[in-house]
Write a protein that binds this ligand. Structure first.
Ligand code: ZN
Ligand code: ZN
Ligand code: ZN
Length: 373
């Protein structure tokens, strides 16, 4: 089902459809072909689901946006005010050729397809339409990475909700429990505190904390261990939270924990404070990396400093070396340096921030200190 969980702002969506089509024209393509997912949700208010039967929003430059959808999936899109949006709906039934229906909605054959469209559909669309195919991601990102006031409000709401979960961590994270038990309780709290679902829960205790994308396991949390908790999910509007705090179960067993953590904390703070319009994404990464490298831990900071966030947990802009994109007001992203000492322990601090006209606002506001439980 094309679940609609948030409010639909018709004029905002209309403006997005217009801007997407203008961006497509600037990019030299004749149409965007958008499959179910966050791009579709961004443009019409419902993300839908992908199946072996084709659902596709064709957005032809200078033409009528057309949603080609299997007849049996159509009820899932019933909440979308397609008339007000100026979107024509074309349904098809088994035995018909949906790819020909997409072609019929187009005015030219140069298409840009959604990055996450299943290859099954991409290839069949290419065969039906002919012409050159390219990726729509680089076109749509120009819209999606500049958040409007309503999107920023939704991210702020998501940030406050995940902060409330971190504030309750002492209820869940206790010595003698397995990571999985802790994660299950956290997932429930994520929903209780205002998310529609717990999208991910990372509980990395002891050496597992040194693996940045560890999820959970049957490992039992021990006294003196450092535990990385990285959690998030979407609120009703579809926008996501993503926040990491690092906890220690009483006095740390290793004697390098406090000094090393202080380096990480300084790096994260310096990177957040560096955020303002005009500073490039790679400069933010460099600020965090320099503090960590200067202290001798450069080789243990094994990932980029951050990622954009919105309807997807990971989206543009990426805060990474080589990305010379200058920040603009409205760009929201994570600042999440980490230090990972293989086989021993790890730590990460992650806030979602947004560049404002004169600086930065953080959506996560729990203390950054190592939290002793
Ligand atoms: Zn990540
Ligand atoms: Zn993140
Ligand atoms: Zn995270």
């Amino acid at each position: 089902m094309a679940t609609i969980t948030g409010p639909i702002d018709v004029s905002a969506l209309r403006a997005r459809l217009d801007r997407a089509s203008a961006a497509a024209e600037r990019a030299g393509v004749d149409a965007l072909l958008i499959s179910p997912g966050s791009d579709l949700r961004y443009l019409i208010g419902a993300g839908g689901d992908s199946f072996e039967r084709l659902t596709c929003l064709a957005l032809p430059v200078g033409g009528t946006p057309t949603l080609v959808v299997p007849k049996l999936e159509q009820p899932g899109y019933a909440g979308i005010p397609t008339d007000e949006l100026g979107v024509e709906v074309v349904t098809w039934v088994d035995g018909e050729d949906p790819y020909a229906l997409v072609k019929a909605a187009l005015k030219g054959d140069r298409t840009a397809v959604a990055d996450m469209m299943p290859a099954l559909h991409t290839i069949k669309l290419g065969q039906a339409i002919g012409g050159a195919q390219s990726l729509a991601g680089p076109i749509i990102r120009e819209l999606r990475m500049r958040k409007d006031a309503a999107e920023i409000d939704a991210l702020r709401k998501a940030g406050a909700a995940i902060d409330r979960v971190h504030a309750r961590m002492g209820e869940f994270l206790r010595v003698g429990r397995t990571e999985r038990e802790v994660a299950k309780d956290i997932a429930e709290a994520i929903v209780e505190e205002g998310h529609t679902v717990a999208d991910f829960v990372i509980v990395g205790s002891g050496p597992n904390g040194a693996s940045p994308h560890h999820r959970d396991s049957d490992r039992v949390v021990q006294a003196g261990e450092v535990v990385v908790i990285d959690i998030g999910g979407p609120v009703a509007e579809g926008y996501n939270s993503d926040s990491t705090r690092t906890y220690v179960m009483g006095e740390p067993t290793y004697d390098d924990v406090r000094d090393t953590y202080a380096v990480l904390q300084a790096a994260q703070q310096a990177a957040v404070e560096a955020v303002k319009p005009g500073v490039t994404c790679e400069e933010i990464d460099a600020v965090a990396r320099e503090v960590i490298t200067d202290a001798g831990f450069g080789e243990y900071f094994v990932h980029r400093t951050g990622h954009g966030i919105g309807l997807d947990v990971h989206e543009e802009p990426y805060i990474v070396s080589g990305n010379s994109l200058p920040l603009e007001a409205g760009m929201a992203f994570s600042v999440e340096p980490g230090i990972y000492l293989p086989g021993r322990w790890g730590a990460r601090i992650e806030d979602i921030v947004v560049a404002t006209p004169d600086g930065v606002e953080s959506f996560n506001n729990r203390p950054h200190d190592l939290v002793v439980l």
